[in-house]
Design a protein around this ligand. Structure first.
Ligand SMILES: [Ca+2]
Length: 85
């Protein structure tokens, strides 16, 4: 049997893996960004919502905004695509 897992942006940033996107996920991203929280490669990749291969306060802010419903993560990714790194 072959199964396919399609990862949605919301699930990607569900860092505490409780099935919902909340400010708690943003706090985890911020802890990773500041180096105060160790994490594995999977969590690191999930926290990088901006897609620049780094976890920064921007990722935490983006997750917080997505948790509040003010943005969608897909829109943020499209916005960042044209930005210099
Ligand atoms: Ca969560």
């Amino acid at each position: 049997m072959i199964s396919h897992i399609i990862e949605s942006p919301a699930l990607k940033s569900d860092l505490n893996r409780d099935g919902t996107l909340t400010p708690a996920d943003a706090v985890i991203a911020l802890q990773i960004a500041t180096g105060s929280r160790p994490c594995d490669a999977t969590t690191l990749a999930a926290a990088d919502v901006s897609g620049d291969d780094h976890v920064t306060s921007l990722d935490a802010l983006t997750i917080l905004q997505a948790a509040a419903g003010t943005i969608t993560l897909q829109l943020m990714r499209s916005y960042n695509r044209g930005q210099p790194r």
